[in-house]
Design a protein around this ligand. Structure first.
Ligand SMILES: *Cc1c(COP(=O)(O)O)cnc(C)c1O
Length: 359
């Protein structure tokens, strides 16, 4: 038997989750956000399943050209726009759409020799203070860009800073956006996954869901409607009893209080399991919740299986996250977010595709 770890990707779950987004935002078009190699799931694989989306959103021309090379003829949005003036040629040539977030990008556009009109998404900074024009600068920028119509066609967008955390700040951002754009007759886009789920007023013409398509970042009330796409699986490769007061793993950070059965599963930070996951982080062994104990190693984790001593055996299946155990819960335990864990599964982990309508 080879090393028993794999990332199982349920293709049907991707299609299902996209349909759920349609139900939540029935009056909006959908940019399926598939940057960072489809949040680690493989961009071609994900795009195939999400082909009924109205377009794909990615981080760069490079990511967009991978999709074009694979034959996708969808609308494609560059969320950070272009990184140099000459990329505008590629945008035109490959029919991409670009965010414009800064004055230098506006200047590149004004100087560009554009034959076929380019769809431009002007980003308004409504309070995130990362990319985008401040409300003070926005009108001037729009006037400049309007001067090069119809070589470009205008759209407006913004991004939430804490759509899943602060209802108050989110409402403020939405108010700024509405105030600045209500008299403009351009298509608008604001909502990420969190806002798709709980802020209907922010849906506008285009929503931009990412994480929810992969079945993560789901609010409690929608939990049963979405399915985890990726299930990170491995198996038990060792079982041994230790005595009270004996410690487990590097640094001896966990000590047995009772005689304990310690299972070893073949997964570690070399596979993308977070090293910062502390003792107590849940895993599923034979579908039952157990807890990891001691430090995460490069290739292994150690699990307290004392309560399952009667049934557990070598080769039993272990789920690190996915089906039955949300990646968000593991992320929370490890002090990070599901996005980082999904993007962080490493090259050595084989991917296994399944296509299961039930989960
Ligand atoms: C990544 C990204 C999204 C998607 O965010 P999720 O939280 O994954 O839904 C939407 N808009 C922009 C600008 C992004 O960078």
């Amino acid at each position: 038997m080879s090393r028993p770890i794999c990332a199982q990707i349920n293709l049907a779950a991707l299609r299902h989750n996209l349909n759920q987004v349609r139900d939540l935002a029935p009056n909006s078009k959908i940019w399926a956000v598939i940057k960072a190699n489809g949040y680690g799931h493989g961009v071609g694989r994900v795009a195939n399943q999400l082909a009924s989306a109205d377009g794909f959103a990615v981080a760069s021309v490079d990511e967009a050209l991978i999709l074009r090379q694979k034959g996708f003829i969808h609308r494609i949005l560059l969320l950070e726009g272009v990184f140099s003036a000459d990329e505008i040629n590629l945008v035109e040539q490959h029919r991409l759409e670009m965010v414009v977030h800064s004055p230098h990008q506006v200047n590149w556009l004004l100087k560009a020799d554009i034959q076929t009109p380019i769809k431009v998404w002007v980003k308004l900074d409504t309070g995130m203070h990362r990319l985008g024009f401040s409300p003070q600068d926005f009108e001037q920028i729009m006037i400049k860009l309007q001067s090069v119509q119809p070589r470009i066609s205008l759209h407006v967008m913004s991004h939430f800073a804490s759509a899943s955390e602060s209802a108050e700040f989110t409402a403020k951002q939405l108010a700024v956006f509405e105030q600045m754009t209500q008299n403009l007759d351009y298509p608008r886009s604001f909502a990420n996954s969190a806002a798709v789920q709980h802020l209907t007023q922010a849906h506008f013409e285009w929503v931009r869901p990412g994480i929810m398509l992969y079945g993560a970042g789901i609010l409690n009330k929608w939990q049963t409607q979405f399915r985890a796409v990726l299930t990170f699986r491995t198996k038990l490769i060792s079982l041994k009893w230790i005595e009270p007061d004996e410690a487990v793993g590097y640094g001896q950070t966990w000590q047995a209080e009772r005689r304990s059965l310690i299972g070893v599963a073949a997964a570690g930070y070399g596979d993308g399991y977070p090293r910062h996951a502390p003792s107590g982080t849940p895993v599923l062994v034979n579908g039952e919740r157990a807890q990891i104990v001691g430090r995460v190693s490069m290739d292994m984790i150690t699990i307290d299986l004392t309560d399952f001593a009667d049934t557990v055996k070598i080769g039993d299946p272990v789920i690190l996250w996915g089906d039955g155990l949300s990646v968000d819960e593991i992320a929370d335990s490890a002090g990070t977010i599901g996005y980082e864990l999904l993007c962080g599964i490493t090259q050595r982990v084989p991917i296994v595709e399944v296509n299961s309508e039930v989960q």
